[in-house]
Design a protein around this ligand. Structure first.
Ligand code: DX5
Ligand code: ZN
Length: 222
């Protein structure tokens, strides 16, 4: 099982995104939080900004769509060259159709779950996905405290993903830091969003490497 650190730029300088991304060369992907003030009570940026970020970096782009009517908007992000697109299951009317569409456009298809959404009803969909993303805070804002009560869901999701026999990544998003990453890795997460922990550090790239080292040690992974 590989370990990936995918920092969120939400708490970076949003007016200088490509410069902020250049500060974290050790990251495995850049996590971009798209919010529409409907699905979540906050507003960030949309497709035009992601297109400009795409043209300024070769890093893998991991787009996290916290938007309503996601079936309508998500394919545009794949067309813009995002390698991974996460849609929230709570916002999708036709998740299987959407996942297939994202894959046909060349992106990894990822399903996100809010903290109160259980994974079990979606077991039969897992084979359609390249990643499951579990929110470990209520989506909408960076800098919130990690919800420990999500650890059992991480474990149950890992068990379901292992059952599929495929290589489906398990991402956690919200409150991930040097204080919490080991618990998440032990529970079975392999892909870690960290926003304020990375961009609040004196040396963001050193923090990316440290988080990766801690997660690998916790899973005894390569
Ligand atoms: C919150 C976003 C997260 C956020 C993480 O809704 O999805 O990606 O930026 O920030 P931290 O790591 O500060 O919780
Ligand atoms: Zn996010």
């Amino acid at each position: 099982m590989g370990i990936r650190i995918t920092p969120s730029v939400l708490n970076a300088d949003l007016a200088n995104l490509n410069a902020e991304i250049a500060r974290i060369p050790s990251c495995d992907a850049v996590h971009l939080d798209v919010m529409d003030n409907r699905f979540v009570p906050n507003l960030t940026f949309g497709l035009p900004v992601v297109e400009r970020v795409r043209s300024g970096t070769d890093k893998m782009l991991d787009v996290h769509l916290m938007i309503a009517e996601v079936d309508r908007w998500a394919p545009g992000y794949a067309e813009a060259g995002a390698e991974s697109v996460t849609f929230h299951i709570e916002a999708s009317d036709a998740p299987v159709k959407l996942a297939r569409q994202l894959r046909s456009l060349g992106a990894r298809a990822s399903m996100g779950l809010r903290p109160a959404t259980p994974i079990e009803p979606y077991e039969d969909l897992l084979g359609e996905l390249d990643m499951v993303m579990l929110m470990t805070v209520e989506p909408g804002f960076g800098g919130q405290s990690f919800l420990d009560i999500m650890l059992p869901k991480i474990r149950r999701t890992r068990a379901l993903l292992d059952k599929t026999g495929g290589d489906i990544w398990l991402q956690v998003d919200g409150g991930i830091s040097a204080e919490t990453i080991e618990r998440c890795a032990e529970a079975g997460a392999d892909t870690f969003v960290a926003g304020s922990a990375v961009y609040g550090a004196n040396d963001p790239d050193a923090m990316v490497r440290e988080l990766g080292r801690m997660a690998k040690a916790a899973t005894k992974c390569c």
